[in-house]
Design a binder for this molecule. Structure first.
Ligand SMILES: NC(=O)c1ccc[n+]([C@@H]2O[C@H](COP(=O)([O-])OP(=O)(O)OC[C@H]3O[C@@H](n4cnc5c(N)ncnc54)[C@H](O)[C@@H]3O)[C@@H](O)[C@H]2O)c1
Ligand SMILES: O=P(O)(O)OC[C@@H](O)[C@@H](O)[C@H](O)[C@H](O)CO
Length: 393
């Protein structure tokens, strides 16, 4: 396999985690992002720094084997989609449609050329991303039978579990390198191996996983939920970074409570085998407390409108708990603190907290969590937790 990777979305994950690990494993990167001016600057700069921060040590990586595409339009992007056999999409959900639109053109070309298989790595926390890509591409290619066949037979659309946090670097480091990005040192990247065409790339801290579509639910409903709940509760306690919550026993109890509720529901739904299940618990619960990492609540809890929505990291597992007769007591607490979370730089948090003030918590739960009258038990649980949370805050 050619050691080339087209990275779409050159943010924390695209530059820092995926770009960094593939670069360190001998891959040449092609980088594309919609931020045209910034990409021009990156091209001029020619290198960028990654700071990998562990609980006990740090390490720097200077990435210098990449080309930045012409990001003024999508011509160059599509040209590279035609030729590079491995693509990593490191973006949020809002970018999916336009990426599919561009992929359509590339797939038609690849079909004509009888090109090699193409693997698309969806390095996202969004739920149902592979299904979205499969359906959208099938729709876009429906009038081209040969390309539809190529899509089915030669394109691997793979969920990737990015189990490694990445964030903007400190001001000091940014002064040194405007494109520096900070990531955790430990962690693991899991590629859903079932849809992958050919041999998996040999990349550091990266490997294949099974049941990828189920794994992303587990990651988001337990791991990302826990992370975000630390931020919601931590903010109420006046902290700023995830590390500030590490010695707070109350936060730890609540967050672990929510984790194990969600984990039990996920296990009931997806039945991961016991070894895999225990490894996941250890990965999340026993992760070393990384006090060197300044992971800000502003990043972790960003866009609480999405995070509190029906299928996302709190209401999703809470509903799954109800389905499996598990009381989502602590998950409801997480949701309640989500309704109290306010960050003056985050418009979604301002909208939500203003809405609660104006219309009350019950209406807010209906609007933002999408809970219906039939789901009255969960609604009442969240309302009760909110009442408590207001007193404690
Ligand atoms: N940061 C983390 O710790 C982390 C860990 C695991 C998974 N994730 C997931 O990875 C994805 C990226 O997160 P991030 O932290 O890198 O975000 P980010 O905001 O740092 O980077 C996203 C980048 O995508 C670019 N972009 C937006 N629309 C685009 C388009 N149409 N084409 C190309 N580029 C486009 C943005 O300009 C931005 O540079 C998200 O789905 C996130 O949930 C993040
Ligand atoms: O990027 P988001 O908004 O989906 O989630 C914020 C964080 O929880 C997330 O980026 C984690 O750091 C990451 O998923 C680590 O596994």
């Amino acid at each position: 396999m050619k050691k080339e990777l087209l990275v779409i979305g050159a943010g924390n994950i695209g530059r820092g985690v995926i770009g960094g690990l593939f670069f360190e494993s001998g891959y040449h990167l092609y980088i594309y992002d919609i931020m045209e001016e910034r990409m021009k600057q990156l091209k001029e700069q020619g290198t960028y720094l990654i700071e990998r921060v562990g609980a006990n040590n740090k390490r720097r990586v200077l990435v210098d084997d990449f080309d930045v595409l012409d990001c003024s339009d999508t011509v160059d992007l599509i040209e590279h989609m035609k030729k590079v056999d491995l693509i990593a999409c490191c973006v949020y959900e809002g970018a999916f449609q336009s990426i599919c639109q561009n992929l359509k053109e590339a797939i038609e070309y690849r079909t004509e050329q009888e090109a090699a298989p193409l693997n698309i790595l969806l390095c996202v926390n969004a739920l149902g991303a592979p299904d979205y890509f499969e359906t959208e591409l099938a729709k876009l290619l429906q009038n081209n039978p040969a390309a539809s066949r190529y899509l089915k037979e030669k394109i691997g659309i793979c969920q990737v579990m990015v189990g490694m946090a990445a964030m903007p670097s400190s001001e000091e480091l940014i002064a040194e390198d405007a494109f520096a990005v900070t990531t955790k040192l430990d962690g693991h990247i899991g590629i859903d191996e079932e849809p992958f065409k050919g041999e998996l790339p040999q990349v550091k801290q990266t490997g294949g996983v099974q049941k990828g579509k189920a794994q992303i639910y587990r990651k988001v409903y337990t791991g990302n939920m826990k992370h975000c709940m630390l931020a919601f509760l931590g903010k109420a306690k006046g902290y700023t970074y995830i590390r500030d919550t590490y010695d707070d026993g109350w936060i730890e109890d609540c967050v672990l409570g929510a984790f194990f509720e969600a984990d039990a529901a996920i296990q009931a739904e997806y039945q991961f085998d016991e070894t895999d299940h225990q490894e996941w618990i250890d990965f999340i619960v026993e992760a070393p407390k990384n006090r060197n990492l300044k992971d800000a609540f502003t990043r972790v809890a960003a866009d609480p409108k999405t995070k509190l929505s029906r299928d996302n990291r709190f209401v999703g597992p809470a509903l799954l708990c109800m389905k499996h007769h598990i009381l989502p007591f602590y998950l409801a607490k997480g949701i309640a603190y989500g309704f109290l979370y306010r960050d003056e730089s985050d418009i979604a948090s301002i909208e939500i907290t203003n809405y609660v003030k104006e219309h009350g918590i019950e209406k807010a739960i209906e609007v933002y969590c999408g809970l219906t009258e039939n789901e009255w038990e969960l609604k009442q649980l969240i309302m009760a937790q909110y009442k408590e949370a207001e007193k404690i805050r």
